[in-house]
Design a protein around this ligand. Structure first.
Ligand SMILES: Nc1nc2c(ncn2[C@@H]2O[C@H](COP(=O)(O)OP(=O)(O)OP(=O)(O)O)[C@@H](O)[C@H]2O)c(=O)[nH]1
Ligand SMILES: [Mg+2]
Length: 296
């Protein structure tokens, strides 16, 4: 389960409009039972429209606030999650979508204020109807304008849910190395993690973890995507996920060599890669492990 899988359902702008407009019709104004006082059409309309506005804006704003609040506060995130979200989604993208919803909340508040004031002082039933239509029309345009940020947040939610629930303070052994060296096989043998294993390179595209107890301490085993022998700034998003995990959560790196003639990188380039990893993470102990010895 992902740390971010608790984000509730995010409606599309059409769904949101359906929810808030459909409930409006159910709001009525009935004269109190036994009441003999006949109220004017204007007074009845004003009472009805005030009730409708109160319900409509409150419901819409609380649904939008719930969406904004369900996303993580970027500044409060662990640097690992911040960097990971940045390469998987883009922090700017998340920030822009949430800001657009926050701006809409402000606009809705000012529409509600201005139409309520106009309704309060209007003196004709026809004028009250016009004000109501204006309010619902302006709010409707706001909802339509939310199509893009809401669709974006639906997509971001799916991507966030794919981030595994790493234990950020558990002792972590990370497996790194060239593609197809046997990293996932190793993690699946020594821990509860069951990453995909296949006989071709680049099988692992994300980060996976498994656990195992050692003297009552839960140790985390981290599987990372295969790395090529190239500089950091030329690495693709898949490789960068691994690099970010090595940077933030690995206490020990186990570097797997593939010594077989079929290896995806010639041995000397695997050595270069290992040196590069040592250079990027000089503080992290690296254990070199020659895998697939049964094949040589
Ligand atoms: N003979 C032999 N095969 C192994 C050994 N370890 C892994 N394999 C095989 O090597 C292939 C690649 O294993 P994976 O565990 O998927 O390798 P990986 O390093 O995770 O690969 P990527 O995710 O693509 O980077 C699979 O067919 C495994 O069964 C080993 O010690 N001996
Ligand atoms: Mg793998």
């Amino acid at each position: 389960m992902s740390l971010f899988s608790r984000i509730p359902h995010i409606p599309t702008s059409d769904e949101l409009a359906d929810i808030v407009y459909s409930q409006l019709k159910k709001i009525r104004v009935n004269a109190p039972p036994g009441s003999k006082i006949r109220r004017s059409e204007l007074s009845l309309l004003k009472t009805l429209y005030f009730r409708q506005f109160r319900y409509f804006f409150k419901e819409l704003q609380s649904r939008l606030r719930k969406i904004v609040n369900s996303f993580p506060i970027i500044d409060a995130l662990h640097p690992f999650h911040r960097e990971l979200i940045d390469i998987l989604i883009g922090l700017d993208r998340l920030h822009i979508s949430l800001s657009r919803i926050n701006n809409t909340l402000d606009v809705l508040q000012s529409i509600q204020k201005s139409v309520s004031r106009k309704l309060g002082i209007c003196e004709k039933a026809s004028e009250a109807k016009r004000i109501r239509n204006e309010a619902l029309g302006r709010a409707g345009s706001c909802i339509k304008d939310l199509k893009e940020p809401l669709d974006d947040l639906i997509d971001i939610k799916i991507k966030l849910a794919q981030i595994p629930d790493f234990k950020l303070d558990a002792p972590t052994i990370a497996f790194a190395g060239p593609p197809n060296a046997g990293k996932s096989s190793f993690v699946s043998i020594v821990s509860t993690g069951k990453p995909e294993i296949a006989s071709y390179p680049f099988t692992t595209k994300g980060l996976f973890c498994g656990h195992r107890y050692h003297d009552f301490i839960q140790v985390q085993f981290l599987d990372t995507p295969g790395l090529l022998d190239r500089p950091l700034d030329e690495r693709n998003t898949i490789e960068l996920k691994g690099i970010i995990a090595l940077k933030h959560i690995a206490d020990i790196i186990v570097f797997l060599f593939d010594p077989t003639p079929e290896a995806s990188l010639p041995l000397e380039r695997q050595v270069n890669l290992q040196k590069e990893i040592k250079k990027i993470f000089p503080e992290t102990p690296i254990i070199s492990y020659i895998n697939k010895v049964d094949l040589i």
